[in-house]
Design a protein around this ligand. Sequence first.
Ligand code: ATP
Ligand code: MG
Length: 236
Amino acid sequence: MALLEVSDLKVYYGVIQALKGISFKVEKGEIVALIGANGAGKTTTLHTIAGLLKAGSGSIIYKDKDISKIPGHEIVSMGMAQVPEGRRVFADMTVAQNLALGAFTRTDKKEIADTLAQIYDRFPRLSERQNQLAGTLSGGEQQMLAMGRALMSHPDIILMDEPSMGLSPLLVNEIFDIIESVHKDGTTVLLVEQNAKKALSIADRAYVLETGSISMEGKASDLLHNEAVRKAYLGE
Ligand SMILES: Nc1ncnc2c1ncn2[C@@H]1O[C@H](COP(=O)(O)OP(=O)(O)OP(=O)(O)O)[C@@H](O)[C@H]1O
Ligand SMILES: [Mg+2]
């Protein structure tokens, strides 16, 4: 049984159908990439899995349970965390306060402190800026904070929505290195990206989302060399 399995998922915004019955799965320990153009339905997919949007129909099985009708905060306590598109940190709160919020589902103070120490270890720039207001961080630092906040819940799976958006090439590399190291430490990753090249280069498998439907799927390394993918998503 996959850790996460989405079947025939349909999602509507009023009369507009954003997802037209998509199916995909993420096995424990994988990095799975979901790539696609603007408006394809990537964010809609992640929001529906995370319980922020209602599924019109279909099922979302996570840890053997259909979570399609479970509210978002309960899904977080089941070990699923989200790094939202556009970072969305709490601008008027400090780095440390933002991170503390990420642990809202946990109670063991010692374990929370251990996780916090690991995060400061992984993101030295956050460690140096613990008392800085999040709104004054650079774009790359805000992305790190959004990731750190998600990791504070000690998730089994992390859903990331375009972590490389708007970052310089150097920072993009840094963010992808961090994703790989989070994965190495045992976290399963569902990665949404427009930077298809980078996403496919670190993922095990990938799905291509095109106007609400999955048009291609396969091993990431195969898709990276696929002619149609190269033309449409790698600008080659
Ligand atoms: N709140 C909303 N109300 C109505 N339509 C919406 C809403 N949010 C998204 N949509 C529409 O649903 C479709 C999918 O949007 P979504 O944000 O999931 O795309 P995306 O693949 O994440 O795009 P991007 O790469 O630009 O972030 C788009 O046509 C979008 O206009
Ligand atoms: Mg999006």
